[in-house]
Design a protein. Structure first.
Length: 209
């Protein structure tokens, strides 16, 4: 079993989502591997890949109803499942399991932190700015839904604070840069953390009779 390469496919009656993660390197042609029907969304995933230093392959198939909510939620869940599997497979190799990052571009700034502890929670704060309803044809609500889906699939805690920004394009670029940095640090293999979990509670087990 390859610990660096993870493939997850999620099928429903509405969609089929396929995500491949290669944590070993960012492929030279990484942009061509991000295939979503929404250019700005693909651009956001590009930022994750670039800042995390990982190759993210995405393929999306939908039924006859083209529903934006399905795209963002279902891909978020699938991407989260792949990220969780990467952490689990690489626990013995020292996967850190947590990380944070600050993303900036021009006037925009965002802060993100993630911890893979089998606790699905998404904290989002944009009160410091005026977040546009839509940017480049993508609703801010849908990008938030993608990140919520990621937390559900990854069973992780994720906090994203948008602290500065005026231009919608810049605001979301800063956000996904910060997310990419945080994810890259969570994926980082540290010799000192072999077989250690992100939190002191260790691995979660349920005993069900």
């Amino acid at each position: 079993m390859n610990s660096n390469k993870i493939t997850v496919t999620r099928k429903t009656t509405e969609s089929e989502m396929k995500v491949e993660l290669d944590g070993s390197a960012l492929a030279p042609d990484y942009r061509s591997k991000i295939r979503t029907p929404v250019p700005f969304f693909s651009h956001m995933i590009e930022h994750i890949a670039w800042r995390a230093g990982i190759t993210i392959c995405v393929d999306i198939s939908l039924d006859q109803f083209f529903l934006h909510h399905v795209i963002y939620e279902d891909l978020g869940i699938t991407f989260g499942k792949a990220a969780r599997e990467y952490i689990l497979r690489n626990k013995a190799n020292g996967a850190t399991g947590y990380g944070d990052g600050i993303g900036i571009i021009d006037e925009a700034k965002a802060e993100c932190a993630v911890s893979f502890e089998e606790r699905a929670y998404f904290g989002f704060d944009a009160q410091a700015i005026k977040l546009p309803a839509s940017t480049e044809g993508v609703n801010s609500e849908d990008l938030v839904t993608f990140l919520e889906g990621f937390c559900q699939g990854a069973m992780c805690t994720l906090h994203l604070d948008l602290t500065k920004g005026v231009n919608g394009h810049h605001i979301w670029e800063a956000a996904f840069r910060a997310f990419g940095i945080a994810l890259g640090r969570a994926f980082f293999l540290d010799e000192r953390r072999k077989n250690m979990s992100a939190g002191v509670a260790g691995s979660v087990e349920f005993l069900i009779d």
